[in-house]
Design a protein around this ligand. Structure first.
Ligand code: ADP
Length: 233
């Protein structure tokens, strides 16, 4: 009998709360989710629902207060801080609504840096970074700094950077939320093509139902849990 494939991401009864003065805000109250290899899932929920909290927790940027985050079959609650950082660096790519590129470096260098931190030579990192920028159709902007790029171009560099170390999972927090509709759809298509071509799995938070409809599955947050979401036709 064939072995069942191990999901890239599993959230099991994940809980996350924030303690503010005198009050506890419970954001995740037993969130369950399974994402298989190559699966692209959209997360659609209103602002303040807890999308960023969920992505940060799934991406090992924040520790859950309860439950378990399992990446490629490995439960992450038992990892040391160092092991968590290594896991995050190797297996998770992150794209934010604002590009968070390093302003003093070129587009190419921004995509090279994570690869060099991981141990690739400058030459290897340069070749791969240039390939990714070409794929995102911004190869001709490689030597420009982020301030010399348009919003859509900055996001395409940020996406190239997020996948530069060939992660298993791409987490994107409203990656086109800051762009005009036309640019947004162009950047989203590029992100989708890259993810599909590389066989990555992805969880993408977006307000845009048209873009969400392109994903394999759409979920939303209800009372701190994740539930399927029916897009209106
Ligand atoms: P979304 O991404 O859907 O807009 P967030 O995950 O950013 O939602 O936030 C969910 C709720 O948790 C919000 O009410 C927000 O104010 C609160 N929150 C998020 N981060 C923190 C924090 N570090 N400390 C206290 N409250 C927070």
């Amino acid at each position: 009998m064939a072995n069942k494939p191990v999901p890239v991401l599993q959230l099991q009864k994940v809980e996350r709360h924030y303690d503010d003065v005198g009050a506890r805000l419970e954001v995740l109250k037993g969130a369950d989710l399974t994402i298989q290899t190559g699966e692209l899932v959209a997360l659609v929920a209103p602002s303040g629902a807890g999308k960023s909290t969920l992505l940060h927790t799934a991406g090992l940027l924040e520790k859950p207060n309860g439950g378990e985050v399992i990446i490629s079959g490995q439960a992450c609650s038992s990892l040391s801080d160092r092991q968590r950082t290594a896991r995050r660096r190797n297996d998770v790519g992150y794209v934010y609504q604002f590009h968070h590129l390093l302003p003093e470096f070129s587009a190419l260098e921004n995509v090279m840096i994570p690869q060099m931190i991981r141990g690739l030579s400058r030459k290897q990192a340069t070749t791969h970074a240039q390939e990714l920028l070409e794929y995102m159709r911004i190869g001709d902007r490689a030597t420009h700094r982020p301030s010399e790029l348009s919003g859509g171009e900055q996001q395409r560099v940020a996406i190239a950077r997020a996948v530069a170390n060939a992660p298993l999972l791409l987490l994107a927090d409203e990656p086109t939320g800051n762009l005009d509709p036309e640019t947004s759809s162009y950047v989203f298509e590029a992100l989708e093509a890259l993810v599909r071509q590389s066989g990555l799995s992805g969880l993408i938070a977006t307000h845009n139902h048209t873009l969400a409809a392109r994903m394999d599955r759409v979920i939303t947050m209800k009372d701190g849990k994740l539930v399927p979401f029916e897009l209106k036709k």
